[in-house]
Write a protein that binds this ligand. Structure first.
Ligand code: FAD
Length: 383
């Protein structure tokens, strides 16, 4: 197993191409080989999910001198911001009138860098075992083991998977012309693109791609769209001016190509099936959130979310907390700034859980500054 320190300042877009499935171990976290090929990583707070709320946990934990280690199924940090909408501006992050979601993640990565968190990316948190000393050992689907006295679940929508249209050979063209998520719209510059869907995502991307792609066709099953009214109006205006094509009461029923996608078959209610030459087909039917293995961990679950006590965002299992989109409580808002707040309160409680006899004194960062962790030699102890 390779171990890396996450390169400081590596942008989300860069990281998509540079990081495939790699395990990044912080030089600070201890990693013990528990057999020839299994590593046991030890940390203070194991964070499941490296979305924005999970990432900010590393900063707040670092201020209290607590180490963090992340596990995420995605190959890059950033959660929904990096995976679904890196190029969209967010307008409700305090202090940023507007910030691209991808830039927010880059900034968070810079902000937590002094605390040298570890990352196990491209692996799904699968099972947890409570130890006699009260700590937990988490095992990923690839067999990596991480031990920590505290687990912070920041798993957002869970392991989310795109909803795929029912076309028999669709898998054959995935990443070979078919994309379910747009990471970089510039990829479609000069291309013939068919977008399918009737919600915000399909409308927003159609508008953005109208300025980038050579040709954009939006295909939707119905005559009315589910997305925001102003987006629907913009799409209709673009269609009227001839900048894009909109085909309603239609769906994609076939895909053809030789290794890469060359043609989609559009079935219209009025006229039947007709082929259309394309470079890319982008079905945007939303993501189907799946809690996945987390649902089996004995936590109180309510409508796919984990119930927490708003005092400290603890779950019904002592030592396990849940923050960000994954939790639920009365008045919950699934917003990044709410997740930042939850992370901040949660680490205070985690500190008391780990060190019940230590006094925790609250200090402003303006008074204390940011005392990052020194970089001791990586510890690997054979046991
Ligand atoms: P996420 O960002 O969902 O990250 C969770 C991570 O956990 C994911 O990377 C996932 O892979 C990982 N994970 C899940 N299960 C496992 C597992 N078993 N093992 C390992 N890893 C796992 N919010 C705003 O505040 N303002 C906005 O303007 C805004 N605009 C949005 C626009 C769009 C199109 C979307 C989709 C969302 C928007 N949001 C916005 C919502 C915001 O993105 C979420 O509130 C935020 O991402 C939640 O962060 P999180 O860290 O809780 O979870």
């Amino acid at each position: 197993m390779r171990s890396h320190v996450f390169p400081a300042g590596l942008g989300v877009e860069d990281s998509i191409s540079k990081l495939e499935k790699i395990t990044i171990l912080s030089h600070f976290n201890k990693s013990n080989h528990i057999s020839n090929n299994i590593i046991m990583i030890q940390t203070d707070i194991l964070v499941i999910g490296a979305g924005p709320c999970g990432l900010f946990t590393a900063f707040e934990a670092g201020l209290l001198k607590l180490r963090t280690h992340f596990v995420d199924t995605l190959p890059i940090p950033g959660g929904q911001c990096a995976e679904i909408y890196p190029k969209k501006p967010i307008y409700d992050i305090p202090g940023f009138p507007s910030i691209l979601a991808g830039d927010l993640i880059d900034n968070l990565m810079k902000q937590i860098e002094p605390f040298k968190p570890g990352f196990t990316l491209g692996e799904r948190a699968e099972a947890i075992d409570k130890q006699e000393d009260g700590s937990f050992i988490l095992t990923t689907n690839k067999g990596t083991k991480i031990q920590a006295p505290v687990i912070a679940i920041a798993a957002g929508l869970g392991c989310f998977e795109p909803r795929k249209p029912p076309i028999s050979n669709i898998v054959q063209f995935e990443d070979k012309g078919i994309d379910y998520i747009i990471r970089d719209p510039q990829k479609y510059a000069g291309k013939k693109v068919v977008v399918a869907g009737g919600g915000d995502s399909a409308l927003d991307w159609t508008i953005i791609l109208a300025d980038i792609a050579e040709e954009v066709t939006l295909v939707h099953r119905r005559t009315s769209f589910r997305g925001a009214l102003d987006s629907v109006e913009k799409v209709m205006d673009l269609a009227k001016s001839g900048k894009i094509n909109v085909i309603t009461e239609a769906q994609i029923t076939g895909l053809n190509g030789n290794g890469v996608l060359k043609e989609v078959v559009i079935k219209q209610k009025a006229t039947g099936e007709s082929p259309k030459q394309v470079d890319n087909f982008i079905p945007l039917f939303g993501l189907s959130p799946k809690l996945g293995p987390i649902a089996e961990w004995g936590l109180n679950i309510n409508k796919n979310a984990i119930e927490v006590d708003t005092l400290d965002y603890s779950t019904n299992v002592k030592g396990i907390y849940a923050i960000g989109d994954i939790n639920t409580y009365e008045g919950k808002l699934k917003l990044i700034l709410c997740g930042f707040h939850e992370a901040t309160l949660m680490v205070q409680s985690a500190f008391k859980h780990i060190y019940p006899d230590k006094k925790l004194s609250f200090k402003y960062t303006t008074v204390n500054g940011v005392q990052g962790f020194e970089e001791p030699k990586e510890e690997e102890v054979n046991v």
